[in-house]
Design a protein around this ligand. Structure first.
Ligand code: ADP
Length: 182
């Protein structure tokens, strides 16, 4: 069973839902950079203050800040993990590779959740988070296309990419993902 995983895909594809489900059933550490950043914002920390406006615009928070968050969690953890929302650009992917080399760990699979834009936007609008209004959503999709989508080729070249159809029920998609990890 593979237990060092990345979840990749556009906003609204359901990464968080599936990542949380899988992490619970397999006892993996679930690291969502989005959740961790939102917790910092809610706590009113210096880090949260720095991230808040950037997130509200749908832009990416600085690589250094996000990397520091991920590094501190992985450093302190020896078992399996699942990263959700990170890396989000090639700089972060390179930094992650370097961090994992220092930890003598390797990514075992990159799960790519694929879904049509129209469905993504519908899902995000019905979720109603602070950064889920129409204008910010379309900007987040644009940021995804420009900055995150290059990671598909990046991980395909490294023979790590596993695409999953992200339409259907939570259980159906969960079963597709589980089948890839065996
Ligand atoms: P979604 O997958 O719906 O876009 P996330 O919860 O993953 O939502 O992220 C929400 C916001 O948090 C992003 O739009 C971005 O501003 C910030 N963020 C999350 N992860 C990263 C990251 N790895 N690098 C930079 N910014 C990030």
């Amino acid at each position: 069973m593979k237990q060092r995983l990345l979840f990749l895909g556009p906003p609204g594809a359901g990464k968080g839902t599936q990542a949380q489900r899988l992490a619970e059933s397999q006892g993996l550490l679930h690291l969502s950079t989005g959740d961790l950043l939102r917790a910092e914002v809610a706590a009113g920390s210096a880090l949260g203050k720095e991230a808040e406006a950037v997130m509200a615009r749908g832009e990416l928070v600085s690589d250094a800040l996000v990397l520091a968050i991920v590094r501190s969690r992985l450093d302190a953890h020896s078992g399996g993990w699942l990263l959700d929302g990170f890396p989000r650009n090639v700089t972060q992917a390179d930094a992650l590779a370097q961090l994992l080399e220092q930890l003598s760990q390797q990514i075992e699979l990159v799960v790519l959740m694929e879904l049509d834009d129209a469905v993504l936007v519908q899902r995000l609008l019905s979720r109603g988070r602070a950064d889920d209004n129409e204008e910010v959503i379309s900007h987040r999709l644009e940021v995804y296309r420009q900055q995150t989508e290059p990671l598909i080729a990046y991980y395909r070249e490294r023979n790590l990419l596993a695409p999953v159809e992200a339409a259907g029920t939570v259980e159906q998609i969960g079963a597709r993902i589980a089948a890839l990890l065996a």
